[in-house]
Structures are given as structure tokens and as C-alpha cells.
Ligand binder design. Structure first.
Ligand code: NDP
Length: 326
């Protein structure tokens, strides 16, 4: 048995429900491995799970992303060995700890050029951008995308990925500083949606036509107006709910607004198959190794200070990616 520190919550609630405990970690079973984290990633989904927006079994160790070294492998694990440097985004949660046992299928060997902090900051958000841009709609050079929260963790990766693909990304963000950050990372234009009407700005920027795709992770506060930004037969990708879940709505609205398309994807469908996950990660690593995407770690916290990290993220006081250091 190995001892680990872990963050748990026993009831849903605010950041104060997060507690540091010490627990035992056993040996990996078939198809599993034991990893010692050097860094873990913080993602907005951790907040949905902690607060009860996504109900979870309790008690729960949050965290869906980490990077570190393989300490032990179970029977049947062939793609990794003890001592390998690895990183992952994976369900179920359990990453807010020093050491964990987990299924090996979504764990990827890390190229030597990518350090652990960068890896922990990029796996979940980078794989998300990979599936949004390559597996959800057939995007191509010249397409125009409206991307909300463009200065966030997923957002800054999306700006750079779009630039590399020749996609015109119109980014929204809540402050002028965040808008400038998004432009510096490749957004073609930005809109401060706290003080500007993003629908009319998008119409102006597209000569009245509308964008080909909207990528909306804000949810309740933006959903209806995001639909108004699309061209006829455009695609609405609703992939998050930072402002609250989108309320149920009348599907005929999609017809009335121009035969719009709508999808509500999640990363965990796309990485469920080992082969898909490894191929997606290989593309992400390539984007980082060639310098097309630089991972911006906006904030770092000690594992024990995770409650403060959650507070900052919920207060919209973060930019880029956030990591926890065990
Ligand atoms: P971010 O770093 O982007 O943080 C969320 C951002 O949302 C904030 O910084 C803020 O930016 C914006 N925001 C707008 N309104 C609110 C609000 N009421 N409360 C809080 N934040 C608000 O987080 P991530 O990069 O981790 O994730 C981005 C989004 O993508 C999240 O909604 C997440 O759930 C979703 N996601 C979905 C996945 C999927 O597969 N479906 C996978 C990964 C992420 P600003 O101040 O500029 O508005």
C-alpha cells in the first residue's frame, strides 16, 4: 500500500466542501496503472461536479486530468511501462491527489519535449479543441467560428488552433484585457460581451451573413443569442454551462431561425476508445511540439489550496489554464 494526499468532497456545495485527506492507494488491477502526479489540471467540469450541477457519487475525489510517472502497471497494459512519463484526461474523476490507480486506456506517453506542468494544463482542454475542430463539424480554412470565453483554458487553445487551420475565430470575453489576450493568441476579432451586444457585432463583422459555427460553453446566458449569430443551416455546438444549464426549449426555433443544426457533445464520448484517444493526443502533442499551440498556464496552486483555485475560476478571474501542484 502507498499513502497519498487527496482532495475530497462529501456533499455538493461551494469551494469550502473541498477537504484534504490522507488515504491508501492499492496495486493496479487488470487494465489499470498507478501514476504519481507531478501536476493536475483544473477544469470547469470540476466545478459542475463539486457544486451539484452534475450529480456525482459521494464521497468524490474531483479532477479529470493529470501528468506524472507510471509507478506500476496491471495485467494486460501493453502501451505503457513503469517509469514512463505520461499524461491524461479521463473519466471518472480522481486526479486531485499525489498518487492514484486508474484505467490505462486514456493515459498517453508524453513526448520528452513537453514538461509535466504543460501536460497537465493541456490534455483535457486541448483534446476538447481537437474534437470540436476535427470530429464535430467538418471545419475548413476560411470558415468563421464564434467562440465564447476565448481567453479561458479551452479558449486560448482554440484561438491558436483556429489560426493554424486558417479559420477566422471571432472570440468573446468578459473584459478588454481578456479580449486582447485572445487576439494575441490568434482570434481574428474579439467582442467584450459584458459591454457589447455580441449578436449585432457578429452580424457587422460578417456583412450580415452570420457565422458558420458557434462554439458556446456559457450555456443559459448566451444560448438564445448565439443561435442568432448563425448563418442559415449553421451549426450550434453547445458544449458547456458556465452560466447555468440551457433550459429546455422548443425545437421548432431551429427551423424558424434558418434550419439551424444543434449538437451537445462531450469529450468523454470522443476519447472513450483507446485508439481514438491516443490518435487525438498525438495530434495535440504535434500542435504543441511544432509551436502552433503554446499552452498558457495562467494560474498555479498548491493542491492544498484548491478551494481558492475553484473560487477564482468561478469568479471569472482566471485566464488560460489552471494547474494544481501536489
Ligand atoms: P474557462 O477557463 O474557459 O473558464 C470559464 C469562463 O467562462 C470564465 O473564465 C468566463 O470567461 C466565462 N464565463 C461566462 N459567464 C460565466 C459565468 N456566469 N460564470 C463563470 N464563468 C463564466 O474554463 P475551461 O477552459 O475549463 O472550460 C471552458 C468551458 O468549456 C466550460 O464551460 C467547460 O465546461 C466547457 N468544456 C466542455 C467540454 C465538453 O466536452 N463538453 C470539455 C471541456 C470544457 P469571461 O469572463 O471571459 O466570460
Amino acid at each position: 500500500m502507498t499513502q497519498t494526499r487527496a482532495i475530497i468532497f462529501e456533499t455538493p456545495g461551494g469551494p469550502e466542501v473541498l477537504k484534504l485527506v490522507t488515504r491508501e492507494v492499492g496495486a493496479p488491477g487488470p487494465g489499470e496503472l498507478r501514476i504519481r502526479h507531478h501536476a493536475c489540471g483544473l477544469n470547469y467540469i470540476d466545478i459542475y461536479q463539486r457544486s451539484g450541477v452534475y450529480p456525482m457519487p459521494l464521497p468524490q475525489v474531483p479532477g479529470m486530468e493529470g501528468a506524472g510517472v507510471v509507478e506500476a502497471v496491471g495485467e494486460g497494459v501493453t502501451h505503457l511501462a513503469v517509469g514512463d512519463r505520461v499524461a491524461y484526461a479521463a473519466a471518472p474523476p480522481g486526479a486531485y491527489c499525489d498518487v492514484r490507480v486508474m484505467h490505462a486506456a486514456q493515459v498517453c506517453r508524453l513526448p520528452d519535449s513537453i514538461d509535466f506542468r504543460t501536460a497537465a494544463a493541456m490534455m483535457l482542454q486541448g483534446l476538447t479543441v481537437q474534437y470540436l475542430f476535427h470530429r464535430t463539424v467538418p471545419l475548413k480554412s476560411g470558415d468563421t467560428v464564434l467562440f465564447h470565453a476565448a481567453a479561458g483554458g479551452v479558449g486560448l487553445i482554440a484561438c491558436q488552433w483556429a489560426r493554424a487551420m486558417g479559420i477566422r475565430l471571432i472570440g468573446t470575453a468578459g473584459t478588454d484585457e481578456k479580449c486582447a489576450l485572445a487576439r494575441a493568441h490568434g482570434a481574428a476579432e474579439t467582442i467584450n460581451y459584458e459591454r457589447e451586444d455580441f449578436v449585432s457585432r457578429v452580424r457587422d463583422l460578417t456583412e450580415g451573413r452570420g457565422v458558420d459555427v458557434v462554439m458556446d460553453s456559457i450555456g443559459a446566458a448566451t444560448f438564445d443569442r448565439s443561435l442568432d449569430c448563425l448563418r442559415p443551416v449553421g451549426m450550434m455546438i453547445s458544449f458547456g454551462n458556465a452560466s447555468g444549464k440551457v433550459p429546455p426549449f422548443d425545437l421548432s426555433i431551429l427551423g424558424a431561425k434558418g434550419s439551424l443544426q444543434l449538437t451537445r457533445p462531450t469529450l468523454f464520448t470522443h476519447i472513450a476508445r483507446h485508439e481514438d484517444c491516443q490518435a487525438m493526443a498525438a495530434q495535440l502533442f504535434g500542435m504543441v511540439e511544432t509551436g502552433k499551440v503554446a499552452i498558457r498556464i495562467g494560474q498555479e496552486f498548491a493542491l492544498a489550496d484548491v478551494a481558492e483555485a475553484h473560487r477564482r475560476m468561478e469568479a471569472r478571474a482566471t485566464t488560460g489554464s489552471t494547474i494544481l501542484l501536489p
